[in-house]
Design a protein around this ligand. Structure first.
Ligand code: C5P
Length: 243
C-alpha cells in the first residue's frame, strides 16, 4: 500500500514569539518545514507529501520546496521519488488537515499526519508508525512516558492566576504523544468527516469513533518546537547530528 504524508504547516506559532509563521522560521538556516518534509521523505515508504501551507503562503511554500530541490507535483521529481503537493490551510489544525486530505489521491491506503513543528523526527520512528498501520492497526501514535507529574486544574480566568488542582492522574499510565500519527486511509477520512468536536490530535478523532488507537515508541527528537527554548534545543540536536 502506498503511503502519503500530510504536513499541517499553517499555524502562526504565536507561542514562539513574533515573526514569520512557525513552519517558515529557520533552524540552522533552513526553514523548519523543509526539515520536516525531508524527515518524512527520508522514509522509503513515503511516496507523496502534502504540505498544508499558511492560507496566504502557498506560493512562498512552493518556491521554498523548489529552492530546496523538493519539486512539487512532478511524478518522480523528488529525492527517492517522493512527490510533493502544496495546498492552503485553514483556521485550525483540524481544518488544515482536512484540506490536506482533500488533495489525497485514491491509491494511498496509509496516511501519516505530521506536524511541521516536529522537524527532527527520526526516520526509524516514521517507519515504525507505518509498519504498525500496515500490520493492521487503524490508528497509530508515537508515544513517550512523561518526566513531569501532570495535574488537572480548574482553569483560571486570567493568565498567571492560581488554579485549583482537581486531580493527579497516575503518571505511569500517561503518555505524551507525538507525530507522525499513522492511519488506515478510510479510518482517517471517516474521522474527519464525522467528528466535529475540538481535538488536539488526529488519533483523538479516531478514538471518538470508538475505534482502537495504539502506540509505538516515540523519540525524544520528535519533540514539538513550540516555545523559544525549543528552537535552542532543535539547533543543538542538528549540531550534534553533524558530528
Ligand atoms: O499549534 P500546534 O503546535 O498544535 O500546531 C501543530 C501543527 O499544526 C503545526 O505544524 C502547525 O503549523 C499546524 N497548524 C495548521 N493550521 C492551523 C494551526 C496549526 O496547519 N490553523
Amino acid at each position: 500500500t502506498p503511503v502519503a504524508a500530510v504536513i499541517p504547516a499553517a499555524g502562526r506559532g504565536v507561542r514562539l514569539g513574533p515573526g514569520a509563521p512557525k513552519a517558515l522560521r529557520a533552524l540552522n538556516g533552513t526553514p523548519m518545514l523543509i526539515h520536516a518534509v525531508r524527515a518524512l521523505a527520508a522514509s522509503r515508504h513515503v511516496s507523496l507529501v502534502i504540505v498544508v501551507a499558511p492560507p496566504d503562503g502557498s506560493a512562498e511554500v512552493k518556491s521554498l520546496l523548489d529552492a530546496h530541490a523538493l519539486p512539487g507535483g512532478t511524478p518522480g521529481g523528488g529525492p527517492a521519488s517522493t512527490d510533493f503537493v502544496v495546498v492552503p490551510g485553514g483556521d485550525s489544525r483540524q481544518e488544515s488537515v482536512r484540506l490536506g486530505l482533500a488533495a489525497l489521491p485514491p491509491q494511498y491506503g496509509v496516511v501519516l499526519v505530521h506536524d511541521a513543528a516536529r522537524p527532527l523526527v527520526p526516520v526509524d520512528t516514521v517507519d515504525a508508525v507505518i509498519e504498525a498501520v500496515r500490520d493492521g492497526a487503524p490508528a497509530v501514535v508515537p508515544a513517550l512516558p512523561l518526566a513531569d507529574t501532570v495535574k488537572e486544574v480548574e482553569p483560571a480566568g486570567e493568565p498567571g492566576a492560581p488554579e485549583p488542582v482537581v486531580a493527579t492522574p497516575e503518571r505511569a499510565r500517561l503518555r505524551a504523544v507525538q507525530t507522525p500519527q499513522g492511519f488506515d486511509r478510510a479510518t482517517l477520512l471517516r474521522a474527519h468527516e464525522t467528528v466535529t468536536d475540538d481535538v488536539t490530535d488526529d488519533a483523538g478523532m479516531v478514538e471518538k469513533l470508538g475505534l482502537p488507537v495504539v502506540t509505538v515508541p516515540g523519540h525524544e527528537e520528535a519533540f514539538k518546537v513550540t516555545r523559544p527554548l525549543d528552537l535552542v534545543l532543535a539547533e543543538a540536536v542538528l549540531a550534534r547530528r553533524r558530528l
